[in-house]
Design a binder for this molecule. Sequence first.
Ligand code: ACO
Length: 173
Amino acid sequence: MEYDLLVREAEVQDASVLIALLDQIGQESSFTSLDENGIAMTASEMQHFIDKQAQSDNQITLLAFLNDELAGVINITADQRPRVRHIGDVFLGIKKAYWGNGLGSILMEEAIEWAKSSGSIRRLQLTVQKRNLAAVHLYKKMGFIIEGLQERGACIEGGEFLDVYQMGRLIDK
Ligand code: ACO
């Protein structure tokens, strides 16, 4: 099947589909901090979040639509305090049905290009479970390096502790 891909910044009217996507990501794997309870935000809380991000020069949410279906999201959040407002924290998630088709890479490329042109972001950082091999591979491919290891950085169902990498990438024009 042919897919039309659209990547664009989130708008307030995307709040409900974005919540549904994040809830689905939480249910489809244990690779993120989202669990079966999902994002646990109301539509109006998500609208407020999207609106704040849209008004900020150092934060963004990019959505990937395949044939008008929301299939993935990359989010960069940042503190507004002057000493750390150049640091963007990254979250990336794709619907399981579309894993392995290059969507995560496309969203990360777009996010890096946005960061380069933002005029404010000079570092991207993230945490990722060490066992999440596809994600670690993708981040290394996109120029992130492993800066540290958090032992017991996550705890999944059944009480199993997991190692988590801290990864970072400097942003220069
Ligand atoms: N070992 C090593 N590399 C692998 C493996 C593996 N077992 N499986 C797949 N890969 C590679 C693929 O070959 C591909 O690399 P390539 O482009 O060099 O061929 C890469 O991993 C995957 O690239 P994409 O297809 O662009 O990525 P995808 O669209 O599948 O998205 C993602 C990857 C975001 C990790 C997706 O699987 C997902 O959403 N998983 C669930 C949520 C999640 O884990 N999110 C990341 C949490 S960490 C964070 O948000 C900072």
